[in-house]
Design a protein around this ligand. Structure first.
Ligand SMILES: [Zn+2]
Length: 675
């Protein structure tokens, strides 16, 4: 029998060959697999990675310029350049030539470095000569200011033993080095860290913000160690970890609320930055308990104060026990710092959940913190917010105007928001430890990077994601090159299809992992990723039975008519209140038999230049709703979400839901009502 089979097989092969050409030209079937985290056996050979004894990180940040944003993301950067980030020196009293960072006399605190950290990266990403020159003007003063003992910056901070503004400035310097290779950065940082190393313990991070945010300093120490290998940096890292506030213990301990507020552990921005610090030190100590502490504290905060769409938690300055309704706001600084923490944790751990969390804030909360032209912002953005007025008649911890859009106010956020979109863009793609490439966050872009033994490839990513369910990748290379391409599969994705050069790739592609295409790539290879997100009605059981609507990476909010009313500022830089012109107090209809609200897609369109406006909302959903007359404003603030089922009135009507990032006024946490 076997003698018959072999000639038959040969015949079949000859026939096949005659139909499709020589066998050698047959494309190799893609090796399709999925992994929880890219392997981290040895460091990436092409980009500065963790140097021994630090743990190899599965993902490595590519230098600035390797990732070029396109489409709607490029639009955000261009709007930033023409809006208040690019022109902040016209508005901010902290960016004049009398700043201590320029005169090198007196004081100059966090504001200028906050701004420069994002402004510089914006200039590198946009290849904008003007922005780059202005960045260098400020950095030059930092180089000039460095004394013999290694301290740099305005002298008053030093006199006060406050190294917090320096930590922010280090980030701006690191970006400058990535973009230019200017070795003055390495020298300045090494000498500054020597200065820190020789400080008596009680003078190193003695208290306040710098103590809570010492993880930022620690991350910069490892950044330099990976480039210079100076051994004292590891000793300094141990000291910094010891001197930084303890983020390994569970925060939000009941009964100790007052202590936690006073120590700064309940401050929104401190949490957003500080909670990742144990994971930064994990790279050095390699104790898995440190990673567990980070996830535990994230969950402690989000489970109690983050019962809302958009990826943020209510901390309208501090977390306030009892104030956990989605009407409590999140500060714009908290958003960009939370995103930066997620991006860093993604790099350290490779865990896709951190990418999901970065996208959630970027697509849902961050856009609404600014006016669509990026010429104004507000301090607090809430998941339920029905009046962006300037009256201050809201139950927030701070008084005064906090939700109106104003380019002149909101001192910290006004400067710090600058790095939100640039950092996000820089982390869309990362190198992997095994000399491959990973698509880590999704947005239209092009990446150019070294893979395998050093071959340069580029991948263009064509998509309107998050406003589209499909991502199309096209590969360019000079010659065939073998390397693994990792594609992040978001946690919300139940089914994912991957198509390679028109052929569907079979594999276990479920959310929360990476698909790995390990093959020899040719110029012109095409990969298509197709998500098939379902519309989900998400329950918040602890929020008195309230619900929210999500589809894939986007959360949805009731479309509320917006009246923009100028109340201050100047002709060129106006300040606006945004007031509602249509009812907002709706509950979503669930059937008497307990059926769920039925949501459908009303329209989908290609996003325009700036998709984050109600008019431009690229995806619109419809759902049956009824007015809830008992749900009213308290002062100018939306009342807490009523318990479900709420008392509805009138006949059910279909209302529109738009992506919450498109809405400056929104209800995104709804009560249920009976039909
Ligand atoms: Zn702020």
């Amino acid at each position: 029998m076997k003698y018959l089979v072999i000639p038959a097989l040969l015949l079949a092969l000859v026939f096949l060959q005659s139909r499709i050409g020589p066998l050698t030209e047959l494309p190799a079937p893609p090796e399709a697999a999925s992994v929880h985290v890219p392997p981290a056996a040895s460091p990436n050979q092409h980009y500065p990675s963790n140097r021994a004894p630090l743990a190899v990180s599965p993902l490595v940040k590519l230098p600035i310029g390797a990732v070029e944003p396109r489409g709607w993301l490029m639009a955000q950067l261009q709007l930033m350049r023409d809006g208040f980030t690019g022109r902040l020196s016209e508005l901010s009293r902290f960016l004049g030539d009398d700043s201590g960072w320029m005169t090198l006399k007196g004081t100059g605190w966090e504001e200028m470095p906050y701004w420069l950290k994002g402004y510089g990266d914006l200039g590198y990403l946009l290849k904008d000569v003007g922005l780059r020159k202005e960045t260098e003007r400020w950095l030059l003063q930092a180089f000039k200011s460095q004394g013999r003992d290694g301290y740099f910056g305005p002298p008053d901070n030093r006199a006060a033993n406050d190294l917090w503004p320096n930590m922010v400035m280090l980030a701006a310097l690191q970006s400058f080095y990535e973009a230019t290779g200017d070795r003055r950065v390495l020298s300045l940082m090494s000498r500054f860290f020597q200065f820190e190393f020789h400080l008596p313990a009680e003078e190193l991070l003695p208290g306040s913000w710098q103590k809570l945010r010492g993880g930022e300093n620690l991350e910069s120490v490892y950044w330099l160690y990976n480039r210079t290998g100076e051994s004292f940096l590891l000793d300094l890292a141990r000291r910094l970890f010891t001197r930084t506030s303890d983020w390994t213990s569970p925060i939000l301990t009941p009964g100790r609320d007052k202590d936690w507020v006073e120590s700064g552990f309940y401050h929104g921005v401190n949490i957003a930055m500080g909670f990742r610090e144990p994971a930064v030190y994990y790279q050095h100590a390699r104790d898995p308990e440190l990673l567990k502490a980070v996830e535990r504290n994230y969950r402690l905060v989000m489970d109690r104060y983050g019962r809302q769409p958009g990826g943020m938690f209510g901390a309208d300055e501090n977390i306030r026990p009892g104030k956990d309704d989605p009407r409590q706001g999140a500060e714009t600084c908290t958003m960009v710092e939370f995103m930066a923490s997620f991006e860093s944790l993604l790099k350290i751990t490779g865990v896709t959940a951190w990418a999901d969390r970065a996208e959630e804030v970027a697509f849902n909360a961050l856009p609404a913190s600014m006016t669509p032209d990026l010429k104004g912002l507000h301090y607090l953005t809430a998941a339920n917010l029905v009046s962006c007025d300037s009256t201050g008649e809201h139950d927030f911890q701070n008084t005064g105007t906090l939700v109106s859009y104003d380019p002149w106010s909101y001192r910290c956020c006004q400067h710090n928001v600058a790095f939100g979109w640039p950092y996000f863009a820089e982390h869309l793609w990362m190198a992997t430890a095994d000399n491959g490439l990973a698509a880590t966050l999704y947005a239209p872009s092009e990446v150019r990077a070294k893979v395998a033994e050093g071959a340069e490839v580029s991948v263009s990513e064509e998509t309107s994601y998050p406003f589209e369910d499909q991502i199309r990748l096209s590969l360019s290379c000079d010659r065939p090159v073998s390397f693994p391409l990792y594609l992040r599969l978001p946690g919300w994705a139940k089914t994912v299809q991957i198509v390679l050069n028109g052929q569907r790739v079979e594999g276990p592609f479920t959310g929360g992992r990476y698909a790995v295409l390990r093959r020899t790539w040719h110029h012109g290879d095409q990969v298509r990723i197709e998500f098939d997100p379902e519309i989900e009605v998400v329950d918040w059981p602890a929020m008195r039975g309230a619900v929210s609507v999500r589809r894939g990476p986007l959360w949805y909010a009731l479309r509320i008519g917006e009246k923009w009313q100028k109340y201050g500022g100047t002709e060129a830089w106006p300040a606006y209140e945004v007031l509602p012109t249509t009812p907002w107090n709706y509950g979503l209809v669930s059937g008497r038999e307990g059926t769920r609200p039925s949501v459908r897609i009303a329209s989908c369109a290609a996003p325009p230049y700036q998709p984050f406006t109600p008019e431009a909302a690229p995806i619109v959903l419809k759902v049956l709703a009824r007015l809830v007359p008992g749900w009213k404003e308290e002062g100018r603030m939306v009342g807490p979400v009523p318990a479900s089922p709420a008392e509805g009135a009138g006949t059910p009507e279909e209302v529109e839901l738009i992506p919450m990032g498109c809405a400056r006024l929104r209800i995104s946490v709804f009560p249920l009502v009976k039909d």
